[in-house]
Design a protein around this ligand. Structure first.
Ligand code: HEC
Length: 407
């Protein structure tokens, strides 16, 4: 088994980290506020950051508190602010992977000759999140089947990359304590970076453990199983040399970007991926969900919660123990769980996958459901309670939450 374990370490980790995500969208963030020289906030200021390397520009407008937030790529930027009758000096700076730069701007009324005032009391550019950045070491660079050593393909493997990241406090997606992260989702298939409400169309990265017995395993239904995603990620995401076939990606209406790029039928001359898929899948299916630590939930309440889960609350209709998803085609329409169908409609099956619930305790930080819309498990239970008119008492909801924490 030496070849297996040798093969697996880097490649497995790489692929696991990337299972359900498919894009290189947001890599760094610029945040800040805009005020006038008297300190008054300035809403409605157009903030434009031009990416030096590509000439791409990223734009946003300050909100009612004069604040803005601009997800961008890594690299050097030229940032300008525009508001009728005001002027501000442009800023030039460089952003590294995972960084969040605070760029506060002071605009002065522009009179006949544009005069500009810059206050000196705060740093012009303040990086406050560089700790998330990570390195891909030379050995990984050699071993990963990345075509052309594209820095971006390697960069998206790095801790802190917002597209597929695991953070410093979630050391690994394998095993315990995986901390669900935010990732862009299939941008390289349909080009949809934003939801209809203008918010980023990102999803959380589902845990990579506990997949044995689980059929569909990405948030959107119908993509395929673990081995589908391994092939998908290695070929289309890491741009490894391999073979990938999925005729559904030729649909120009649903997946315009993928259809144009020919993702539905990729054949490399030197296929370095296909031979690794079997061992990789085998390995992944062997990763068990972590066991909740002692004292992390109330045992007596969890026992009562189990009865509610399987009975009055009807949760087990979909979250079937002990997999906590349905054996078979584990997907549902958005209307069955009372949420919008934006993300569902980006998947081949226009559905959401029934999330397997084992190891929930290990990813409590980023919220629940595909986009983290519910901050706590109690919020999830409240949602089901009102949507399905379950009529649960406060105590019953609490018991249900303790049971979820125990899984
Ligand atoms: C009709 C099937 C169905 C029923 C019934 C159901 N769920 Fe779900 N559940 C789902 C689906 C589908 C999702 C995924 C939602 C998404 O992708 O945003 C989900 C997601 C969840 C999540 C989020 C998991 C995570 O990692 O973010 C929790 C927790 C959950 N359900 C708990 C429950 C509880 C508790 C009940 C009973 C009150 C219940 N579910 C009833 C289908 C169901």
């Amino acid at each position: 088994m030496t070849t297996f374990s040798h093969m697996s370490r880097t490649f497995v980790v790489a692929v696991l980290m990337m299972l359900p995500v498919t894009a290189f969208a947001q890599e760094a963030t610029i945040v800040g506020s805009v005020s006038d020289s008297t300190g008054g906030v300035l809403p409605g200021v157009t903030i434009k950051a031009v990416h030096d390397a590509t000439g791409n520009s990223f734009e946003t407008v300050t909100d009612s508190r004069g604040q803005y937030r601009l997800p961008v790529r890594t690299g050097a930027f030229h940032l300008t602010a525009a508001l009728q009758g005001f002027a501000a000096p442009a800023r030039t700076f460089e952003l590294l992977l995972g960084q969040e730069a605070t760029v506060n701007l002071v605009m002065a009324p522009s009179t006949l000759q544009e005069s500009v005032t810059v206050t000196g009391d705060s740093p012009l550019v303040d990086f406050n999140q560089s700790k998330l950045g990570g390195n891909i070491d030379p050995r990984q660079m050699q071993e990963l089947p990345v075509n052309g050593r594209n820095w971006q393909d390697l960069a998206i493997l790095s801790p802190g990359s917002r597209t597929n990241a695991v953070t410093a406090d979630s050391p690994t997606v394998i095993g315990s304590n995986s901390n669900t992260q935010v990732g862009s989702y299939q941008l390289n298939l349909d080009g949809k970076a934003f939801r209809p409400d203008g918010m980023p169309a990102a999803t959380l990265i589902p845990p990579a453990f506990g997949m044995a017995g689980v059929n569909l395993h990405t948030w959107g239904g119908g993509w395929g199983t673990v081995t589908y995603w391994n092939a998908f990620v290695a070929n289309l995401e890491l741009q490894g040399q391999g073979t990938f076939f999925d005729a559904r990606l030729n649909d120009p209406d649903k997946y315009p970007v993928a259809a144009r790029a020919g993702f539905g039928n990729k054949r490399s001359e030197n296929d370095m991926v296909s031979s690794k898929l079997a061992a990789l899948q085998f390995y992944q299916l062997a990763i068990p969900p972590p066991t909740p630590p002692r004292g992390s939930f109330d045992r007596a309440a969890a026992r009562r919660g189990e009865i509610i889960f399987n009975g009055k609350a009807t949760c087990s209709q979909c979250h079937v123990p002990p997999l906590f998803t349905e054996p078979g085609w584990n997907a549902h329409k958005a209307s069955e769980i009372g949420i919008d169908d934006f993300q569902a409609n980006r998947s081949p099956d226009n559905s959401y996958r029934t999330t397997p619930l084992r190891g929930l305790f290990a990813h409590m930080k980023r919220g629940f459901y595909h986009d983290g819309r519910f901050a706590t498990l109690l919020d999830v239970v409240d949602h089901y309670n009102s949507f399905k008119r379950l009529d649960l008492s406060g105590q019953e909801k609490n018991d249900l939450v303790e049971y979820l924490k125990s899984l």
